[in-house]
Design a protein around this ligand. Structure first.
Ligand code: GDP
Ligand code: MG
Length: 439
């Protein structure tokens, strides 16, 4: 992540009492390069650097953090702010049904997201959506939505490919009213490039049914291009939110950072895979942490350890708990562990953590090398989604890392335990905290 790039610069300024202008400049050069490399729009980068510089300069250094970490903290906060600060909820119309229109280029993930959103609304908000097939051009587009509807056991409204999408949308809303659906999700057509015919059709649909929400579906793998697409759609349609798909891929987050900054449209959901339940509300602070890299959160904890300021520790704990934990994070943790001592001590100092529960997670120095080799033999997909690691993959990983299948099995088990524990902690927290707001 970005944090790794900052390490060198960090070491140089460690131990200083105040962040100097030159320190900030040095770090900002690294941040700038990393953001550009992540395919963030250059105007956005420029603005971002300016605001971080201003905030970081001359700040009193907090007791528990080194100046370098303080800069990272500001970078993290500003990155989060750039992506919208808070989790942004889907619209609810004062009078049902709420009409949601999905728009975006071909292949962005509109149809998939239509089904995922319907699933999310039913599962988490107890809603009864009607899916609507307004893409009549792409061969098999209607069929695709119908198949997804069947999979969800949810109705799909379609009038075939001989009726205009505007008429389909209109009749679908009528039908939703009659059958008491509280959400109507319109899956519209896309093109490979933005063109007038497409835009005209979309504005016609918009005029006809007056959607409460127009969600721009953007493929996060398209990076810089995503911004141009977002700008055009927004100009024509005044979109109300964005969905960033394919965040499970090897994207570095450039689109996420740029879209909100350029269109001032909040990212509401993130697509995390092809499966129907792989849609998540978008959390700007998680994305910022992902871009920065998790290693730093841990090093911040380590530094805070000498001077535990309860509030700071709580904040870090929250970050750790809400983080999506992958094998990449695991590996980064191990690397941190090597340089700073036992993991259980580190986690033990977090409020509410029970040291006894950490027993099974103990990693001894000799094992570390082996574990590292195993993780490094995994493909990106395997690191993110260990569930795919079947027998033949285990064999390949063992061979690639010079270990045995038993070693691989043990590590997978350990990782699962760790994840389970993190989930439990999150559960505990949710139980204590306030209830989820209605969507
Ligand atoms: P549309 O043309 O905008 O309707 O796009 P589709 O919904 O047909 O999706 C295009 C392709 O992207 C399909 O193969 C989907 O399975 C895939 N896809 C959509 N969302 C995601 C996602 O979040 N992650 C991954 N990995 N694939 C996705
Ligand atoms: Mg489609």
């Amino acid at each position: 992540g970005l944090a790794a790039r900052l390490q060198d610069t960090l070491t140089k300024i460690r131990g200083k009492g105040k962040v100097s202008e030159q320190d900030v400049k040095d770090m900002m050069r690294e941040v700038r390069l990393a953001l550009l490399e992540a395919d963030v729009n250059f105007k956005v980068v420029k603005q971002f650097i300016a605001s971080v510089k201003e905030k970081a300069l001359g700040q009193e250094v907090m007791k528990s953090l080194t100046p370098g970490q303080q800069v990272i903290k500001v970078v993290n906060e500003e990155l989060t702010a750039l992506m919208g600060s808070e989790q942004s909820k889907i619209a609810v119309a004062p009078k049902a049904p709420t009409i949601v229109m999905m728009v975006g280029l071909q292949g962005a993930g509109k149809t998939t997201t239509t089904a995922k959103l319907a699933n999310h609304l039913r599962k988490n908000h107890n809603r009864k959506p009607l899916l609507v097939a307004c893409d009549i051009y792409r061969p098999a587009a209607i069929k695709q939505l119908e198949t997804l509807g069947k999979q969800l056991d949810m109705p799909v409204f379609s009038l075939g490919d001989q009726v205009s999408p505007v008429e389909i949308a209109k009749q679908a809303v009528q039908k939703a009213k009659e059958e008491h659906h509280d959400y109507v999700i319109l899956d519209t057509a896309g093109r490979l490039h933005i063109d007038e015919t497409l835009m005209k059709e979309l504005t016609d649909i918009k005029e006809m049914v007056k959607p409460d929400e127009i969600l721009l579906v953007v493929d996060s793998m398209t990076g810089q291009d995503a911004v141009n697409v977002a700008e055009s759609f927004n100009e024509q349609l005044d979109v109300t939110g964005a969905v960033l798909t394919k965040l499970d891929g090897d994207t570095r987050g450039g689109a996420a950072i740029s879209i909100k900054a350029v269109t001032n449209t909040p990212i509401k959901f993130a697509g995390m895979g092809e499966k129907i339940d792989q849609l998540e509300p978008f959390h700007p602070e998680r994305m910022a942490s992902r871009i920065l890299g998790m290693g730093d959160v841990l090093s911040l904890i380590e530094k805070a350890q000498t001077n535990v300021d309860e509030e700071k520790a709580k904040e870090l704990e929250k970050k750790l708990r809400t983080m999506d934990f992958t094998f990449d994070d695991f590996l980064e943790q191990l690397e941190q562990v090597k340089s700073m001592g036992p993991l259980e001590d580190l986690l033990g100092m977090m409020p509410g953590m029970n040291k006894k529960g950490m027993k099974d997670l103990k990693v001894d120095e000799h094992q570390l090398v082996r574990v590292e080799a195993i993780v490094k033999s995994m493909t990106p997909l395997e690191k993110r989604d260990p569930a795919v690691i079947n027998g033949s993959r285990r064999k390949r990983i063992a061979k690639g890392s010079g270990t045995t299948i038993q070693d691989v099995n043990r590590l997978l088990k350990q990782f699962e335990d760790m994840k389970k524990m993190m989930k439990q902690m999150t559960g505990m927290q949710a139980g204590k905290g306030k209830k989820r707001g209605k969507g």
